[in-house]
Design a protein. Structure first.
Length: 82
């Protein structure tokens, strides 16, 4: 399976670069089962593109509690949107 670990490239990216990283990887997160369904993934994509980072972080906490996303997605959404 996949794991996530430190990636030096992310530390060097600005906010927009990190948001683009998330957008590009959302389909893979869905495929891996880290995101429950297409509807949930689409919400994240639309709101990341719109730059609604505080809303993304709040929704990630809620979605994790509802088991709609995994802890990996929660961590990525929490730290890469700041």
């Amino acid at each position: 399976g996949y794991t996530i670990g430190p990636d030096e490239r992310l530390a060097k990216m600005g906010l927009q670069g990190r948001l683009n990283y998330l957008i590009i990887r959302l389909p893979q997160m869905l495929e891996l089962g880290w995101i429950e369904n297409e509807k949930v993934m689409q919400w994240y994509k639309e709101n990341i593109i719109a730059g609604k980072t505080s809303e993304v972080r709040a929704r990630a906490k809620s979605d994790f509690q509802k088991s709609l996303i995994t802890s990996e997605v929660l961590a990525l959404m929490t730290y890469l949107t700041k």
